[in-house]
Ligand binder design. Structure first.
Ligand code: ADP
Ligand code: MG
Ligand code: MG
Length: 205
């Protein structure tokens, strides 16, 4: 029922596969309001994450999360690498040395991840960034099981990503477009939603 290091590795493998599958979609979203590299950045990052996990199988959830963080920070340029890297780093610290994460631990990890993104990027909800997916996910992350909690978080993240479509970007590269950023989903909000959906699907099996 809890989430062990190997559960987390399975979830990260699913996340990497989802990012690979949606690479072109993320590129197209970023082409509309950014520089068109988000799909490539995320795919490169998560491919490197899986290689790192294979090379150094983690024995605690915290060490898995930390390996994700350091890999994303070192392999992914642009805004998203350091933002996601900080999110995973804060999540790693939040879960301490626990061998198996409870739903409450996961909720804490997600809260810490959001705190990291906000500390690093200074975006508020409504700025048309990944925060618009992650913030509602954190608020919805409740449940008696890890699977329930992650399903609720993933649903909220997907709805949150949808809300970015009409918004005008106030942070990141898309903000350079001003009003012309409206009418497109934020790529980082979409990738956050994809990651949480992949985690939820693995937890449900
Ligand atoms: P870059 O914009 O440097 O090319 P990416 O394309 O990989 O990097 O990532 C873009 C995504 O990063 C955006 O869609 C947005 O969700 C997110 N982002 C950019 N700046 C911020 C910020 N200050 N706070 C939160 N998220 C941000
Ligand atoms: Mg980009
Ligand atoms: Mg870029």
């Amino acid at each position: 029922m809890g989430c062990t290091a190997s559960d987390l590795v399975a979830a990260l493998r699913a996340a990497a596969a989802t990012i690979r599958e949606h690479r072109v979609e993320l590129i197209q979203l970023d082409r509309a309001i950014g520089d068109g590299d988000h799909g490539e950045n995320m795919d490169r990052g998560f491919t490197a994450v899986i290689a790192a996990l294979d090379a150094n199988p983690p024995d605690t959830p915290a060490s898995a999360l930390k390996l994700v963080a350091t890999t994303l920070i070192s392999k992914v340029g642009g805004a998203a690498g350091p933002l996601y890297g900080t999110a995973f780093l804060r999540a790693s610290t939040a879960v301490k040395d626990r061998a198996e994460l409870t739903p409450a631990d996961l909720a804490e990890a997600l809260t810490a991840a959001l705190g990291g993104v906000v500390a690093r990027g200074k975006a508020e909800p409504g700025d048309k960034t990944m925060v618009d997916a992650l913030d509602p996910a954190v608020q919805a992350a409740k449940g008696d099981t890890v699977a329930e909690l992650l399903a609720a978080a993933a649903d909220a993240a997907a709805a949150g990503a949808d809300t970015t479509v009409p918004l005008v970007a106030r942070k990141g590269r898309a903000s350079y477009l001003g009003e012309r950023s409206a009418g497109h989903m934020d790529p980082g909000a979409r990738s956050t939603s994809l990651l949480l959906r992949a985690f939820a699907e693995v937890a449900a099996r």
